[in-house]
Design a protein around this ligand. Structure first.
Ligand code: PGA
Length: 244
């Protein structure tokens, strides 16, 4: 399995930011790990000319139709993008997306030929109440479609309380959760579940990347804030390459 580092630009990025990708492509164009930038829909076409793999951040569950403002998976694929994120906690919270919708969006991504990075994660209250694994199991059982394979799907574990806060679980906690997620995936999907990439996301930075990437069952990361500038993202990519 090739490890994966994905940057999630969220609602950031205008034309003036595109040179960041030139810098990244120069430094990591032939990286030994998969490097993906999930940009805003407005920039995907232009980002695709920069020599890096590009992804969308969300897609509509159906191919086309009267849905003002929405963007379908075939439209994302048409820009040259090869990945799409589904189920990000900000979509679940800001737009009320539930597991059923996330599963439908995931299938739409596959149907358009996109590799899906499907996100799961617990709230701070659920973490404090010791409900993390129960919550993650429910999200996995209901948002990962039965047809998921290691080739089409990557799972990203992102504790909601760690996103954009500078807080992270301890390395032991991340290792424990990822071991549990791996067992859960293997029980459901067999060898494909064992081979499915499991990313960690939430306040990954150059300063904690080495420790996180050294953990078993951590096959890369989904990086938000620290992916916006090449100077911040590049050392994280290098850390993943060095962990292989
Ligand atoms: P962060 O975001 O790295 O800024 O915490 C991660 C994410 O939401 O994917």
């Amino acid at each position: 399995m090739r490890k994966l580092i994905a940057g999630n630009w969220k609602m950031n990025g205008v034309l003036a930011d595109l040179p960041q990708l030139d810098t990244l492509a120069k430094a990591h164009g032939d990286a030994s790990v998969d490097v993906v930038i999930c940009g805003p829909a407005t920039l995907l076409g232009r980002m695709g000319t920069k020599g890096l793999t590009i992804g969308g951040q969300d897609c509509h569950p159906i191919r086309s139709g009267a849905h003002t403002g929405d963007i379908s998976a075939p439209m994302i694929a048409d820009t040259g993008a090869r990945y799409v994120i589904t189920g990000h906690s900000e979509r679940r919270t800001d737009h009320g997306e539930n597991d059923t919708l996330v599963a439908a969006k995931t299938v739409a991504g596959w149907d358009a030929g996109l590799h899906v990075i499907l996100c799961i994660g617990e709230t701070e209250a659920q973490y404090r109440n010791g409900e993390t694994l129960t919550v993650l199991h429910t999200q996995m059982d209901h948002s990962i479609p039965d047809a998921a394979t290691a080739e089409t799907t990557t799972i990203a574990y992102e504790p909601i309380w760690a996103i954009g806060t500078g807080l992270t679980p301890t390395p032991d906690e991340i290792a424990m959760v990822h071991a549990d997620l791996r067992a859960h995936l293997t029980a459901r999907f067999g060898a494909s579940g064992t081979g499915m990439r499991l990313l960690y996301g939430g306040s990954v930075k150059a300063s904690n990347a080495d420790d996180i990437f050294a953990l078993p069952n951590v096959d890369g990361a989904l990086v938000g804030g620290a992916s916006l500038k090449a100077a911040d993202f590049s050392p994280i990519i290098t850390a993943l390459e060095q962990s292989v």
